[in-house]
Ligand binder design. Structure first.
Ligand SMILES: *Cc1c(COP(=O)(O)O)cnc(C)c1O
Length: 234
């Protein structure tokens, strides 16, 4: 089943390289996150052998299980909605939490980070397309949330993340990526203490090339590497 993973990774890397060339960016400025949610350990192992070190998961329990079984040089990215009561399980295991969308969640991360003597890097999730089904702060509230998180100990804002709408034609999402970039630039200009705006997490299998053209530093690719996900099967 996972024979195609190596080939898929090569294709994705080539596409990333091309998008970087097209936009005059250095390849090293874009980091590929292999989104491995629902996928078995062998698939992650395969991707690891192909050089992937950044993996994205959206469920706490699954992330912790995989964390425990796989090599310790993997950087784990929490990309899914995070419940406050589960923060304690991951603060010392994740490299970056992409999905902070409320001050209450940030406070919980701060509290647990202090207990474990770590500093947790986070991104603020912005619902740039204002989709009702999606989590994330509004673009108007993003700056305020960044400012509030910056006051908390044990947590550090590194950038912004968005999940663009599902579209047939990736070009349709270009304006949302551009909008996230604009919010990011506006926040940089505010020069807020303890805020290091460096990362823009945007773009998935269907639209990562467009996201790179608009400035993505992290692209989160699942299906394009591991194939379709199957939910509701044993
Ligand atoms: C599942 C998921 C992805 C990957 O989606 P694909 O379309 O399979 O590449 C990226 N980001 C988030 C937040 C996800 O939940």
């Amino acid at each position: 089943m996972n024979d195609g993973i190596r080939e898929n990774i090569e294709i994705v890397r080539r596409n990333i390289r091309n998008a970087c060339q097209k936009s005059g960016r250095d390849e090293e400025t874009v980091q590929l996150i292999a989104v491995s949610k629902t996928k078995p350990m062998e698939d992650l192992q395969k991707a690891y052998e192909c050089g992937c070190r950044d993996f994205g998961e959206n469920k706490v329990q699954e992330l912790v299980e995989k964390y425990e079984k796989l090599p310790k040089d993997i950087r784990w990215h929490m990309i899914g909605h995070l419940q406050r009561n589960k923060v304690k399980y991951i603060v010392d295991k994740v490299f970056l939490i992409h999905s902070v969308d409320s001050i209450r969640l940030a406070e919980e991360i701060s509290k647990e980070a202090l207990k474990k003597h770590v500093t947790v890097s986070v991104l603020v999730e912005v619902n740039v397309a204002n989709e009702e089904s999606k989590f994330g702060t509004t673009d108007q509230d993003a700056l305020h949330l960044v400012e509030e998180i910056a006051k908390l100990p044990g947590i550090c804002v590194k950038g912004l993340m968005t999940i663009a709408p599902y579209v047939e034609n990736a070009e349709e999402n270009r304006l949302y990526f551009a909008k996230l970039k604009q919010i990011y630039v506006d926040i940089i200009h505010k020069n807020i203490d303890n805020v290091f705006m460096e990362e823009l997490s945007m773009g998935m299998t269907g639209d990562y090339e467009i996201a790179i053209l608009e400035g993505a530093t992290y692209v989160r690719v699942g299906t394009g590497i591991f194939g379709e996900r199957q939910y509701n099967t044993v």
